[in-house]
Design a protein around this ligand. Structure first.
Ligand code: ADP
Ligand code: ASP
Ligand code: MG
Length: 468
């Protein structure tokens, strides 16, 4: 089989784990053609972002401490993951060079006190640029031929939406095939950095947080792989986050649609757009556990699992969101007034995750990412001044969370919503907003963030999700 295998941050979080990854890859490579996609070592992307903000505030001292720690972290991993001294040296040389380049960039940001989405992408790209060579070295350590690439060098070309770019799929497929297929034919394993790519001008872009998943499906489609395997630190996609409900069960099979809903609604198990390319090409995706390779994980295909009749399959929580309530008596019956609100938000790059409108039309409530709240309020306020009358007031709640219940069989099943809401009411928890996607694959609602975990636990229990 031709397989793209992606290893997440936790799977490459330490030298020991990287050895395990190299073991898995070389084992599967005996009978299959494998392309490997790697994330940054766990925690590194977050620390790069944090340091770029320090740099923007001209905190030069922080940069040096950070790069020194980064070098130690990676050299420790190299020494643990690779036994051959020669290969160790080769990888350390690459690491030292990359970190020197990163230090220059951070210092540049420091001097001009300016961090743009473009320069932030460049900084973030170093996480994967540092991890991929270690995985490469660990695979070579097994006497298996491998070659590492940045996403850009592998041929992934995206639009210029820095921080959340999308691939130009036709062009990417052409380049990726040209560059990686000859290696696969020769039995050489390509190792590609996840998350990072480049725009048409060759400037580094990233495809959104958790984006290595997306990289793996992009490569899967480009190379017409038989399957894409996403290796992580849990057995597969579960009925809810096992960190919230330890008895959560693994779901053996999900449809692309169900898994996408789960990814959108905070099942961190996957990047929300990752299934776009593969669902069109009908390439199955598996989520598997690096620490438990005997388990076959969750298989994601076109059809939901047959024989499963339960309406609800999973419950997810998205934190870090905020609710915007837009009021305006003049919205009632005024054609295009909703469109105006969405146009203003869209123009300012604010993605609306959930919408609910009162029948009176005098108000709409929207859920957006919490860190975009300031931008949303200010842009609506400007619009309010320009188009006085339509919007009279904007209020916000920034301490909320979205809870989503997902399952393909909810379509047409009576009473699911009432069961959900009475369960929440019994706990004495107030629901602030409700929405149901037209696909009827999910019902989502908003509660105060402090109540979120309790709501997930009680719904998981009430719907017997651990008995699925
Ligand atoms: P990786 O580093 O492999 O990309 P992530 O941290 O992005 O891993 O995603 C895996 C984590 O997602 C798990 O450790 C788990 O806590 C969390 N998670 C949240 N919801 C779910 C779910 N429904 N099923 C599985 N994992 C989930
Ligand atoms: N390293 C990136 C992130 O933390 C991409 C990924 O891990 O998938 O978002
Ligand atoms: Mg992830």
């Amino acid at each position: 089989m031709k397989l793209v295998m992606k290893f997440g941050g936790t799977s490459v979080g330490s030298g020991i784990n990287i050895r395990r990854v190299a073991g898995l890859v070389t084992e599967y490579a005996k009978d299959n053609k494998i392309v490997v996609v790697v994330s940054a070592l766990a925690g590194v992307t977050n620390s790069l972002i944090e340091t770029s903000y320090h740099a923007q505030k001209s905190d030069e001292k922080h940069i040096q401490t950070f790069t020194a720690n980064l070098l130690t972290k990676h050299t420790d991993a190299i020494k643990e993951a690779i036994t051959s001294k020669a290969i160790q040296k080769e990888v350390i040389d690459i690491t030292v060079k990359s970190i020197a380049e990163l230090e220059k960039i951070l210092t540049g940001i420091c001097y001009i006190s300016e961090l743009t989405p473009k320069s932030k992408d460049y900084v973030m790209s170093f996480g994967e640029r540092l991890s991929a060579p270690i995985v490469w070295g660990a695979i070579k350590d097994h006497n298996v031929q491998a070659q590492w690439f940045t996403g850009k060098d592998a041929g992934i070309v995206t639009d210029s939406n820095f921080g959340d770019a999308d691939p130009l799929m036709n062009y990417t497929s052409h380049l990726v095939r040209e560059r990686l297929s000859p290696l696969l034919e020769k039995g050489i394993i390509p190792i590609v950095t996840g998350f990072i790519a480049a725009n048409q001008d060759g400037i580094v872009t990233t495809v959104g947080r958790g984006g290595s998943d997306y990289t793996s499906t992009i490569l899967g489609v480009a190379l017409q792989a038989d399957e894409v395997w996403i290796w992580t630190d849990v057995d597969g996609i579960m009925t809810t986050d096992p960190k919230i409900v330890p008895s959560a069960k693994m779901l053996p099979q999900l449809s692309y649609q169900e898994a996408t809903e789960m990814a959108i609604f905070g099942a961190k198990a996957m990047h929300p757009r990752a299934l776009g390319p593969v669902s069109k090409a009908n390439i199955p995706v598996r989520i598997r556990n690096t620490a438990n390779p005997k388990n076959h994980g969750t298989l994601i295909t076109k059809e939901p699992q047959s024989g499963v009749t339960e309406a609800a399959k999973a419950v997810a929580i998205i934190k870090d969101v905020a609710m915007l309530n837009v009021y305006g008596a003049a919205m009632v019956g005024a054609p295009g007034s909703y469109a105006k609100v969405f146009e203003v938000l869209g123009r300012n790059g604010i993605n609306v995750m959930m919408i609910s409108a009162a029948a009176s039309e005098a108000n709409i409530s929207l859920i957006i990412k919490r860190d975009l709240l300031g931008r949303a309020i200010s842009s609506l306020e400007i619009a309010l001044q320009e188009h006085g009358g339509i919007i009279s007031e904007v209020t916000t709640e920034d301490d909320v969370a979205v809870i989503a219940i997902i399952g393909a069989n909810m379509k047409g099943t009576l009473g699911v919503a009432s069961k959900i809401f009475s369960t929440v009411a019994k706990k004495g928890i107030n629901i602030h907003m409700i929405a149901q996607g037209s696909s009827e694959l999910n019902i989502s609602f908003v509660v105060k963030e402090k109540d979120g975990v309790a709501v997930v636990q009680t719904i998981h229990e009430e719907f017997n999700l651990d008995k699925i």
